[in-house]
Design a protein around this ligand. Structure first.
Ligand code: PLP
Length: 402
């Protein structure tokens, strides 16, 4: 592999983010291919036995096995790190593999963490069900309340874990306040930045220690592959996280890494356009539904904070109907253009009823406490002409008697 400017931090560091998204991390084989190659190989061959031994001893540069290193995956890791403004990044098989690894690689029996209440269903399963089984206690707080984070700290608190905007309640966490508190108290902050992406929000600029992603969502951007990533300081990634992931194996396939590399080339364009489309849809819905939650719309209770730390409102909004699950389902069933789908980040507009899909695995009490009501719908606004999406919603709203 030929190292290119894209792998030289003395050069890439001065590139602007939209340039990093296209060229950051690129390496070339001796063929000189312009687009990154897909290295679908599980292993690597050595010129001689001594080379194999030297590579295993860490005395010779090079790859040994794709659970540990892969050229295509490494290109993606460097590109995401550059876009995030992080020292290092490790790609993972899925967003949940990223969240699980980020937590388990550093928490041990007897440790405590504080986590945001509104979160992706599986993230809540980690904090509420999995971690306690290993003697790691979690305190769940209303992440919008800065004082609640401070009150929840115990002598053994190791980690703060939250999303902003949160899925699907669109709660916004004050990154500077909460990450600053964590830093002051020697606690590691982990931000799940799936909804904002590095295009709209870079939590490390506000003091976050670790930023974790479901790259399945906006980074792929076209609903094709599962992928995840954890970004942080080189010492954390190379010593703490790598020991965990190399031995437990939540490795991203080279093919999926390549798909995400291609997705990142258009991330900036897509997220800015989809955010514009989402704002147009939010303005329409605000005139038609009893309640709406979109960080980029003035009606969002934390609109000012969202606009301080995000470059735009993002691609996702939640809307509410008064008629509970029957009316929410009737609205979904009347859609012609927008798909009924629980995925997000796709270039297609997708809508789901969180209480009966993404958050169905949580108890009714936890859903109620989080604000996942029976009449709530979540909409990922895609790249279609927003006028067509609005027409489809208008028709479906009327069919559902709204
Ligand atoms: C989708 C999602 C995840 C999980 O990611 P997968 O790639 O589906 O495993 C985690 N957090 C948030 C906020 C998500 O939207």
């Amino acid at each position: 592999m030929k190292k290119l400017a894209g792998q030289d931090r003395t050069i890439t560091a001065k590139w602007r983010p939209a340039t990093q998204a296209i060229r950051g991390g690129t390496a070339r084989s001796h063929y000189g291919e312009t687009s990154e190659a897909i290295f679908l190989t599980s292993g690597y061959a050595y010129d001689c036995a001594a080379d194999a031994a030297a590579r295993f001893a860490g005395e010779q540069q090079g790859m040994t096995y794709s659970r540990l290193q892969n050229p295509t995956v490494e290109m993606l890791e460097e590109r995401i790190a550059l876009m995030e403004g992080a020292e290092a990044c490790r790609a993972m098989a899925s967003g949940m593999a990223a969240m699980t690894a980020a937590l388990l690689c550093q928490l041990s029996q007897g440790d405590h963490l504080v986590a945001g209440r509104a979160a992706f269903g599986s993230c809540r399963w980690l904090t509420d069900t999995l971690l306690p089984r290993f003697g790691i206690e979690a305190t769940i707080v209303d992440a919008r309340d800065d004082a609640a984070w401070a009150r929840a700290i115990r002598p053994n608190t190791k980690v703060f874990f939250f999303e902003t905007p949160a899925n699907p309640t669109m709660d916004i966490v004050d990154l500077a306040a909460v990450c600053g508190l964590a830093r002051d108290r020697g606690i590691t902050s982990i931000v799940d930045n799936a909804f904002a992406t590095p295009v709209l929000q870079r939590p490390m600029d506000y003091g976050a220690d670790i930023v974790a992603y479901s790259a399945t969502k906006m980074m792929d951007g076209q609903g094709r592959v599962l992928a995840g990533a954890v970004c942080g300081r080189a010492k954390f990634i190379n010593e703490t996280l790598l020991a965990f992931t190399r031995n437990t194996g939540p490795t991203l396939s080279a093919f999926n890494a390549w798909v995400v590399l291609k997705g990142l080339e258009t991330l900036d364009l897509r997220i800015r356009r989809q955010s514009e489309n989402a704002l147009a849809v939010a303005r329409f819905l605000a005139t038609r539904v009893p309640r709406l939650l979109y960080p980029g719309h003035e009606s969002h209770p934390q609109h000012a904070l969202a606009m301080r730390q995000m470059a735009a409102g993002g691609t996702i909004l939640s809307l509410f109907v008064d008629g509970g699950r029957p009316q929410a389902h009737a609205l979904l069933d009347a859609l012609e253009l927008v798909d009924i789908s629980n995925n997000i980040g796709d270039s297609r507009s997708l809508m789901t009823h969180p209480a009966s899909t993404t958050h169905a695995g949580l108890s009714a009490e936890v859903r109620a406490e989080m604000g996942v009501e029976e009449g709530m719908l979540r909409l990922n606004v895609g790249l279609e002409d927003p006028a067509d999406v609005i027409e489809d919603l208008d028709r479906a709203l009327k069919a559902a008697r709204l």
